[in-house]
Design a protein around this ligand. Sequence first.
Ligand code: MSP
Length: 513
Amino acid sequence: MRSRQPSPEPTYAGQDLSFYVTTPIFYGNGDPHLGHAYSTMAADILARHMRQRGEDVFFLTGTDEHGEPIAQAAEKQGVSPQELVDKSAASFRDMVVRVDATNDFFIRTTDQGHIERVQAVVNKVKENGYVYEGTYEGWYCPRCADFKNENEIGPGDTCLIHEIPLDREQENNWFFKLSAFQEDLERMYEENPGMIRPDFRRNEALAFIRQGLNDVSLSRSQLSWGVPLAWDPEQVMYVWFDALLNYYTALGYANEGEDLTDRYWPASWHIIAKDILKFHTVYWPAFLMAAGIEVPQRIFIHGYLLMGDKKMSKSLGNVLDPFEVIEKFGADALRFYCFREVSFGQDGSISTEGFEGRYESELANDFGNLASRSLAMISRYRDGIQPQAEPDPLLAADFDGITDRVRALFDEAQIGQALEEIWVLVRRLNRYVEESQPWVLAKDEADAERLDQVLYSLAEGLRVLTLLLHPYLPNSTDILLAALGQADLELAAYGSRPGGTQTEKIKPLFPKL
Ligand code: MSP
């Protein structure tokens, strides 16, 4: 449901109906892994939920394709940077499809549309007086003709490759007056505590800002793989400013012939992990202020998925391969597991055993089995027709307010908490089946009315939970909604649909392996 329809219960005053969510754009010199998929799935869960609420959603992801590491990786592999990023962008696009993300656009920072808009914004920043020429100082290897990062310097300031002393060199480039925004940034985060979530990350950002902000290089002169500055084409943009601007430039050209900027900017949520906090909470809003562009509304900073107590990384060889999991269990299972197992916002460990445990006990048993047996009983006892009956007040008490609670949690991007709230009711519905024992009621004609009520209520409970679970489990809930005869995705309240709908039996949603 992507149309712009007002939700039937717009309870959050002051919130407009446009919702713009982004993931980081991933480096175009690597292969996608579960960490990248994690941010993508989180943004997708938010996007899907907001569409269910009738919001006008735009969801952006993509690849970060400029800069020195990319140029170097290409050189190492003996390919052109363009060839390298083309290949990498294709594999990230594929990852996005495989996790069932419903992004509206996939930006590549090598897009001509992006490059032109980056130049325009930087020109503006310069016009506004926040750019000046300065000197970058660093260690230089004459044989490599390259400035060295700290981790490229050998003992006694030598070149690791050539083992010769490095020269202290200077490079003229353009600087961004980050220091001019120290007070504005500090005030902004003090006055708008909700802008950075979770709150402890806001404190980190504030602590960083209060240390004092130094101006930063806006350009590099020794590099050609980047966006040239319009007023000095010998220099290319420092890759972080080029990359951050993707969130803004994409709206200008994502839909051909249509500028979506007014419709969606400022972004509702940037979803990122803690590794890039400084760039998003300090550099990015300062740069936008310098350009006279509104800052994003909110930034959610999640933690790392760990294997054991280590960060998952390819070099450590400890990655849970998302594609293997999807192949074997489906994307729904992966989406569910990541947000069920790890508190969104914190670091958390994942494992193959943990995955298999939750698949079996929660997806196959708690939810899949509840769905199959409820539909099977409606089929057996009532020819598949959801009876006409009053909603059982026993369940009404539990379901009361669930949709509002989930909505409120989603407003804070608390997608793990929201899933927990929903799961409490999945368990409740399982207990309801055990308590009410429809198979016993079915034996005695005198209990027919009670059986009607139980089956009606089960179908209603299941319908509401299925709608709420849709963002997490888009495939299995689609099957289930069709079986429940539920035509649209809009969030609904328990008891709001009258009986009489034809339902169907289903095969197990999460077959046991
Ligand atoms: N290109 C920059 C981002 C520019 S955004 C304007 C970049 N790319 S990256 O490929 O390194 O991706 C980093 C992001 O990937 C993290 O911020 C996070 O969203 C995701 N993750 C990578 N590894 C992760 C984990 N192990 N766990 C959770 N998320 C992780 O930085």
